[in-house]
Design a protein around this ligand. Sequence first.
Ligand SMILES: CC(C)(COP(=O)(O)OP(=O)(O)OC[C@H]1O[C@@H](n2cnc3c(N)ncnc32)[C@H](O)[C@@H]1OP(=O)(O)O)[C@@H](O)C(=O)NCCC(=O)NCCS
Length: 200
Amino acid sequence: MDNELINKRYKIINITKELIPSIIKIADKELGNNFILPSHISENQHISMCASTIKKNKIIGFLLNQILTYSEFLSIYSNIAEKYDCFRNIKKIGIIKTIAVDSKWQQKGIGTNLINTLLNKIYLKCDDQIYSNIDLIFMMGWKQKNGIINISGIKNKFNFIEIGQINNFYYNNSLKYNYSCPVCGNPPCYCSVVLYIKKI
Ligand SMILES: CC(C)(COP(=O)(O)OP(=O)(O)OC[C@H]1O[C@@H](n2cnc3c(N)ncnc32)[C@H](O)[C@@H]1OP(=O)(O)O)[C@@H](O)C(=O)NCCC(=O)NCCS
């Protein structure tokens, strides 16, 4: 993979079952306890990826993706799919569900590299049929209750367009799964999600 050549300190690899505990460890630290559950990753692992150090094979960041047909998107994300015109007439959609980099490794281009790897796969239509015919990428960005959006740098860098916001997006699930947000603390979580798209 190109990224392995570009960067000698880490490589971007697919997520395998054995790596799930390391991914959860980063998620618990950077996104909050129980925000990501193992079941979220096993559903997505074939198209999700992580950054692993070359020296010690330590997982230092990850990107969870989903690739859906329009009808799948409509059934899983009905409120969003029906509300925004940009989703009409799409064939397939790539969804960036979550991205996180271990705080010790942030601001070193790893988040950028993870997104670049996904975009390259989509533009080059790698892995047979999985990445072909994707019209749109949809990204959900965590907006903390204090207004901070950590993904804003990446959103600008890759020219994602903001289409809307859902307030208290995590409220119900934070109570259901006992998710403790790094900003709100114990549930409920009052943070929002900002919706971004990028046309392919
Ligand atoms: C958001 C996150 C994934 C970025 O990963 P990263 O490896 O640090 O990102 P990069 O080093 O590739 O930086 C990408 C751009 O974002 C900017 N950036 C990085 N962290 C940022 C932050 N916390 N707030 C705003 N911008 C940030 C960088 O300055 C860079 O822009 P530039 O190249 O123009 O300077 C990482 O900060 C993180 O894991 N945060 C905690 C979890 C989180 O909020 N995840 C996003 C949920 S949607």
